[in-house]
Design a protein around this ligand. Structure first.
Ligand SMILES: Nc1ncnc2c1ncn2[C@@H]1O[C@H](COP(=O)(O)OP(=O)(O)OP(=O)(O)O)[C@@H](O)[C@H]1O
Length: 275
């Protein structure tokens, strides 16, 4: 598919979120989108998926598309199965085939026991699985995933990774945003960064040299808003390992040493140095 001269702003006088974006997204390719908070990643994904119209420019050769939004609409008055069947029919499947695929995806994603429950009673994680199921059951040419892994437990994240790889192998274009720079890093065909309205090819953060910072955490460390939003890993009890790109590691260390009470930095390593 092609984006040609795509610009997007919200409202007549809103600032331009995207400007003059030209992109070619090939079939059978996994595309990662990165960028800072509020930089326009979700906007780009919505335009790519066709759920929001560009203000200028055009998107062509999209094929059939399915989209998993960052937030699943709450309070829908359906059971999971009725919702999935309904969406299957919107994607052009028969009622029978929609029900078959709804059951199959519920089984695969691990919510078969809840498929007849009303959506409004389901946990956030199960709703997220339903959102993922509605996109996959359509077997679309283009699949757009906006932080679809968020809210899933680790086994479900692994299942979703496998489903994405399968879809790409079936010839689909899959475009995704995820906060974990290592997400499907070996499968990614191209990474784009949304920055000041432009969309530029980027070295994936996962391939940049990374710095590992081990910290002793106090009882309630303020680890919410860290520079560069590093991936965190509990390496052993009381010790958290932060994975930072070199671009953010200086700011992160400064922040840890000066602005976070109750923690101490134990060690700093370069990834691959046998830490
Ligand atoms: N429906 C909307 N109406 C008005 N402004 C919007 C709308 N959606 C997004 N914006 C604005 O567009 C800009 C880009 O938002 P967008 O959600 O695309 O960024 P993002 O990179 O996905 O952000 P995040 O990392 O926080 O999810 C922000 O300034 C946001 O406030």
């Amino acid at each position: 598919m092609h984006l040609t001269g795509v610009g997007k702003r919200y409202g007549l006088r809103g600032p331009w979120v995207l400007r003059a974006v030209d992109l070619q997204l090939p079939r059978g390719a996994l595309i990662r989108v990165e960028g800072g908070n509020g930089g326009g990643k979700s906007t780009l994904l919505r335009v790519v998926a066709g759920v929001c119209e560009p203000t200028t420019g055009s998107v062509t050769e999209r094929g059939t598309a399915a989209y998993v939004p960052e937030r699943f609409p709450p309070e829908l008055p359906f059971t999971a199965r009725r919702y999935l069947t309904h969406l299957g029919r919107l994607h052009g499947l028969t009622g029978r085939e929609s029900r078959r695929r709804a059951d199959e995806w519920a089984e695969r994603l691990g919510f078969a026991d809840k498929i007849r429950a009303p959506l409004r009673g389901l946990s956030k994680g199960t709703c997220q699985k339903v959102a993922v199921a509605q996109a996959f059951l359509a077997e679309p040419d283009l699949l757009v995933l906006d932080e679809a892994w968020t809210g899933l437990d680790q086994p479900s994240r692994d299942v979703l990774d496998g489903c994405v790889v399968e879809r790409v192998e079936a010839g689909a274009t899959v475009v995704f945003v995820d906060h974990d720079p290592r997400r499907l890093a070996d499968e990614v065909y191209e990474t784009y960064r949304v920055e000041a309205g432009a969309v530029v090819a980027a070295i994936p953060e996962a391939q940049a040299i990374r710095v590992l910072i081990d910290i002793d955490t106090g009882p309630s460390p303020e680890l919410d808003r860290l520079p560069g939003d590093p991936v965190r890993e509990q390496s052993r009890p009381g010790v958290v390992r932060l994975h930072s790109s070199t671009a953010h590691s200086d700011a992160l260390l400064r922040h840890l040493l000066t602005a976070v009470p109750g923690i101490s930095v134990r060690a700093v390593h370069r990834e691959g140095d046998g830490a």
